[in-house]
Write a protein that binds this ligand. Structure first.
Ligand SMILES: [Zn+2]
Length: 380
């Protein structure tokens, strides 16, 4: 039996891009934006900025007024982890869409997550994502974004044959990502995202679920609060006897695991959740690990950035992974709290901090890889 979520979401036969692109007067559809021009240099643009994602913007043809008709697409990203900053109608079949830059960091534009509704049956469009800030990325290697719709709620990869990543002469030679989409069900809302979204709320709900199971080897605490006062949870997993050992002064081995210091690294939340699922299970490996080690897991280091739909930055536009050497309680409360904890462990003779594992996903390198520190002492 096929689940409804497995049915392909109808794609259009690719429509050749019109060579004579007739852009509408800028006042028609771009009046809501403050993002500047994507044609400016994508790595160094200082002209872009802004906090807000689009809130149900209906894109109408030039000169149209009154009630929107079916097929006047409605774009929305005003939800948790949503990101879309601007839409320009190029012609009846083609839209230029702009990622909303990270809050206070106009140079970072990669994560996108938005919906389209008010479609017409058999309407076929090309969506050009025109302001990606990194030209070298996995689209070159054939990675495709995701789509789902109301009646097919399971995320699917957009088939490669409906995606083009190329230097566009119409966009000053910049790399753009073109998606060909056919809308087959008028009542559906179509949802597009760079990768599988994993929100702050989802993380909270998952941790709450673990907490409710009342495992004797599981403890959830708050490590810190983000600038916007979201919780940064720290989960301890170890056999109950180990916790008593720490108090009695016997040596314990700690492994710290953290994820989502970069909001756009959404895949790592699934990895982190998978690790937690294993560690709380009855699997013999998990039982052994809980006996030998104390796990300290921080599933979401940058909850504000995740909530806001940023790619790399926190609320202040800072890349937290570039601030370890110079963090403070006001601007980087989560880093500061983490560092305090590491220092506390390091100064405790009954604790051996064996590993700190920092989970990331990468937009330009395929596969799985590990970066590590090296020490003079080979046994480390
Ligand atoms: Zn990262």
């Amino acid at each position: 039996m096929r689940l409804s979520g497995e049915q392909p979401i109808t794609m259009a036969t690719p429509i050749k891009q019109s060579t004579s692109r007739t852009r509408p007067p800028s006042t028609e559809t771009s009046s809501v934006t403050t993002m500047g021009d994507a044609d400016s240099d994508s790595e160094n643009s200082e002209s872009e900025g802004g906090m807000g994602s689009l809130n149900r913007l209906v894109v109408r043809p030039p000169g149209h007024s009154g009630k929107a008709k079916r097929g006047h697409l409605c774009f929305d990203a005003s939800f948790e982890t949503g990101n879309l900053g601007r839409v320009d109608l190029v012609n009846e079949f083609e839209y230029d869409v702009y990622i909303r830059p990270d809050t206070c960091n106009p140079r970072v534009r990669m994560w996108f997550n938005f919906t389209i509704d008010n479609t017409r049956v058999d309407q076929r469009v090309i969506l050009n994502i025109v302001n990606l800030s990194k030209a070298k990325n996995l689209f070159e290697l054939g990675m495709t974004p995701l789509i789902r719709s109301t009646s097919r709620p399971k995320w699917q990869r957009i088939p490669r044959k409906y995606m083009y990543y190329f230097r566009s002469p119409q966009h000053n030679g910049h790399h753009i990502l073109s998606l060909c989409q056919g809308f087959d069900k008028e009542e559906d809302v179509y949802h597009f995202a760079l990768s599988f979204p994993y929100s702050y709320s989802k993380c909270q709900a998952y941790l709450q679920l673990l907490e409710q199971r009342q495992y004797p080897f599981f403890r959830r605490e708050v490590l810190a609060h983000s600038i916007q006062k979201r919780k940064v949870d720290i989960v301890t997993i170890t056999s109950p006897s180990n916790l008593q050992l720490i108090e009695s002064g016997k040596k314990q081995h700690i492994v710290m695991i953290m994820a989502r210091i970069h909001p756009g690294d959404a895949p790592t939340s699934f990895v982190c959740q998978g690790m937690l699922d294993l560690l709380v299970s009855n699997h013999p490996v998990a039982v052994c690990l809980r006996d030998m080690l104390v796990f300290k897991v921080i599933p979401m280091m940058n909850p504000d950035g995740v909530f806001l739909g940023n790619h790399r930055s926190n609320l202040l536009g800072q890349d937290l992974n570039r601030n370890w050497h110079d963090c403070n309680e006001w601007a980087h409360p989560t880093l500061h709290a983490f560092q305090q904890l590491v220092n506390e462990y390091s100064n405790n003779k009954s604790i051996s901090l064996d590993f700190i594992v920092d989970l990331h996903s990468n937009t330009s390198l395929p596969g799985v890889f590990v970066y590590g520190n090296t020490y003079d002492d080979v046994y480390r």
